[in-house]
Every structure is written in structure tokens, then in C-alpha cells.
Ligand binder design. Sequence first.
Ligand SMILES: [Zn+2]
Ligand SMILES: [Zn+2]
Length: 276
Amino acid sequence: MNGEMRKLMTFIADYHIHLERGPFTREWARRFIENALSRGVTEVGFSEHGHRFPENRAMLPVDWVDAELDQYLRLVRALKDEGLPVKLGLEMDYVPGFERPIAAFTAKAPFDYVIGSVHFIDGFCFDDPKNMPRWQGLDVDAMYVQYFRILGQAARSGLFDTIGHPDVIKVFGFRPASRPDDLWQAFLEAAKASDVALEVSAAGWYKPVGEMYPDPAWLPSIKAAGIPITLASDAHDPESPGRSFDRLLEQVTAAGIDSTACFTARQRTIRRLGRS
Ligand SMILES: [Zn+2]
Ligand SMILES: [Zn+2]
């Protein structure tokens, strides 16, 4: 089999990669791409946080603006022009009530896909390591109810192509009194009804919870609902793209999932997933 044939038969995209700890330069980006490709990733999706850009300043109670959208667009365009297998993505915070500004921002650039992620509940950035001590005094059951309610709203908003790390509420290992299967099921129905993909992410293995996102016990329910997935490392450094993807592929394959969503200019196609 020649190389091109093999390429057609195998597709593994890492759609969740952050360049944010370095400059928007080709040299910095290439380090991420090289590591991804060396791990068998065939498509590399950059997904800078929406909150880095001044257009989204009003959405959040924190000011994390440190980048210009034009510079990000120019970099990914240059990488594409080099023939590298990259995609222009975005990880957008979902905050209820900000649907119109989110739609306006995501329409400003030729994004290939937009990840919708919930990191805030009532202004509290629950997954920020700096905020971990605040969890001690919280009603964990209520946090899960609120999280999955907002996540369902994110899915139903129709603003996103895939939903990021869809149970990141567990990041520090705080768990509700009983398994939140009913909350997950209600969210899954929202995702199914709005035809949004769900992210399957290795990042949780590197967090205090030590478990992938979402809970692997829920992967069969994604398959049963016929909801497409995207794969994610949530890399924040050049060493992490494609990290633990063998393990991730084992998990999704065990659940009967054999395809993945692929996005170009926010148009979705489904491709067979796997290694040759
Ligand atoms: Zn995130
Ligand atoms: Zn991320």
C-alpha cells in the first residue's frame, strides 16, 4: 500500500491545542505540529481560547486578554499555505446570555470549527487550579447540576461544532453523592437534538481527577446516540499534542466508536478513525 492510500484510510485529529504559552510564530507552532505528527496524529487543530481576544472581554469576570485575532489568523493561514495539515479552531467559553456576542465573534474569522466549553458557573472559574481550595466549601451536587444544565444550554445554542471536555466539572476529583448519570443523559439528549459533536479528551488523565473526559463509562451512550466525537489532548505546551492518544483510541474503540468528526470552514464530515 502506498503512503497516500494509507493516509486516506487513517485519520486521527487532535482538535484541542493551545499555543498560548508562546508567540504566534511558525517556529513555535511547528513544535506542536511535529510532536502531534510523530504520535500518528494526521490533522492538527489549534484552538486558542476566545478569552485571549479583546472582542470577548465583556463575557467573563476576569481579564485574560493577551492576543490579537489577526495574528492568530495570519499564523494558521501561513501554516496552511506551507501545506501542513492544520485547522483553524477556537475554544470559546459558553456563558448563558452571551449567545449574540459569541455568534458575532465566531463569524469574524474563517474558523474551521468552534469548541464550546463551560469553565464558569455564575462567574466562578471552577476548573482554574487557583480556585481549587474554594471547592472545599461548595455544594458539589449542586455544582454538577448547574454545570450540566449550562452544558446542555451550550449544546442547544447551536453556536458550536463540538462541546469541549464535557464533564470537566470533575477536574479536581470532587464527586457528587451518586453517579451523575441522569445529568449526563439529559445533556446527551440536548447534544443529540442539536447535532453537535462531543469531545473525547485525554487531558483529564493529567489532572487531579486522573480520568479522561468524559467518564469512559459514558462512551457507549455517545455511540448509542449516534453523536460524533472529536479527539483532544488540550495541549498547552509543544510536548503534549497527541499525548495518550493510543489509550484514548483504545477507549473509544472499546465503546464501538470507529469514526470521528472532521471540520473545514465549519462544515462537518465524518471520517473513519484509526491507525493503519
Ligand atoms: Zn477548556
Ligand atoms: Zn482548552
